[in-house]
Design a protein around this ligand. Structure first.
Ligand code: MG
Length: 386
């Protein structure tokens, strides 16, 4: 199997929403297609993926470094011992001439292509990606999966009634758990938002909050004291993602679960979190995201590191509520998946025929990640591979 061409396009998110630090109305995402030399039903089989959400498209790195690097390789460089496409070897080959460390935008550029290789591999086997992933990592894939609605962003012309309406919509759609943003408004307003979410979902244990790494030590621990009264599902990214000292302090003082990891982009960074962040086995939640951290190969290594440090893989719930992570969570038997039912289109959310009941979702059966079957994304993919 040979990759004959790689295409990439930057796609704009189509919504004006914000968290405590980012206005997403200006954000883009890299959509990539690996065109193979294999033909099914008269068309070349293409692997399609994107680089998660929240770190902008990586057109420069993809087009200037990665595509020429792969084009110059013989196919044996990305083939496994059985001769089939090896996403792990492709990821390693993409790192040629790259120094270690500094895992920033490069990590999500490589991730987009590595994930497209998983999509291609699954399509060549004519099976959903979770099957391919489970087999590759020696797991039996999950049957149904827990998903929670991630929303409660700050909107222009925001108000508590708009938020309440949004959250009621998630309940009606079958979700039992929700996450909302905090830290982008004064505490009195955020407290009202949290209390509205608790009221709609019936219990604080059903409501998580996300401060998006906005706060320094004093504010993060101060907010922890305010939040402790509620007993929330988790308190996410209370401080800078690399401030392991503050995380450790919070893990010793905040009595309920903390969550972090979506802004760590590598196995070495994750190991540092495990060594120095005070994360509590059986309590805290890990949100590293394959689409932001060199792809699934690196991500599976991160899960193995969590387990080696005494944590359970059910504590892993990756950032990013979209089809790619749904397959990864199912294939690796992780604790659950974020869902973006109403935000981050055309990438966010799942296929329309995947019914959510009681916070559980059935698995998609289309080959690969099934991105072509998502109505909002299909036209972008069709244009890219036409
Ligand atoms: Mg988050």
């Amino acid at each position: 199997m040979r990759i004959v061409e790689i295409r990439e396009v930057a796609v704009h998110l189509d919504q004006a929403i914000a968290n405590a630090v980012v206005d997403f109305s200006r954000h883009t995402i890299s959509l990539v297609a690996l065109v193979s030399d294999q033909v099914r039903n008269g068309r070349a089989v293409c692997g399609v993926a994107f680089n998660s959400i929240g770190r902008f498209a990586q057109s420069g790195i993809v087009q200037d470094r990665l595509i020429p690097r792969i084009a110059a390789m013989p196919p044996e460089d990305y083939a496994g011992t059985d001769g089939t496409l090896s996403p792990a070897r492709l990821a390693r080959a993409m790192m040629r001439d790259e120094k270690p460390g500094g895992h920033g935008d490069r990590a999500s550029a490589i991730a987009a292509i590595e994930l497209a290789a998983w999509d291609l591999k699954a399509k060549l086997l004519d099976e959903p990606a979770f099957s391919t992933v489970a087999r590759a990592f020696g797991r039996d894939h999950s049957i149904g999966m827990h998903v929670y609605a991630a929303g409660g962003y700050y909107h222009p012309d925001d108000g508590i009634n708009r938020l309440r309406g949004e959250l009621n919509g998630y309940r009606e759609a079958g979700f039992t758990d929700v996450k909302i943003k905090i830290g982008g408004a004064p505490w009195s307003q955020d407290a009202a938002r949290i209390e509205a979410a608790i009221e709609v979902f019936g219990s604080a244990a059903r409501v998580a909050v996300d401060a998006n790494g906005r706060f320094g030590r004093t504010q993060a621990t101060g907010l922890g004291r305010e939040l402790a009264q509620y007993g929330l599902r988790w308190y996410e990214e209370p401080c800078d993602p690399l401030d392991y000292s503050t995380l450790r302090e919070l893990s010793q003082s905040y009595p309920h679960p903390l969550a972090t990891g979506e802004n760590l982009f590598s196995l070495p960074d994750s190991i540092n979190l495990l060594r120095y962040g005070g994360m509590r086995p059986g309590v805290d939640i890990f949100q590293m995201d394959a689409g932001l951290s060199y792809g699934l190969t690196e991500y599976a290594g991160i899960i193995a590191a969590l387990e080696a440090a005494g944590h359970d893989r059910s504590q892993a719930m990756p950032h990013g509520g979209h089809m790619i992570n749904l397959h990864i969570v199912a294939g690796l038997n992780l604790g659950g998946c974020e869902a973006y039912p109403a935000v981050f289109q055309p990438f966010g959310g799942y296929l329309p025929d995947l019914v959510i009941e009681n916070g559980m979702i059935n698995l998609p059966q289309q080959p690969g990640f099934g991105l072509e079957f998502k109505p909002e994304l299909a036209p972008h993919i069709e244009r890219l591979i036409a």
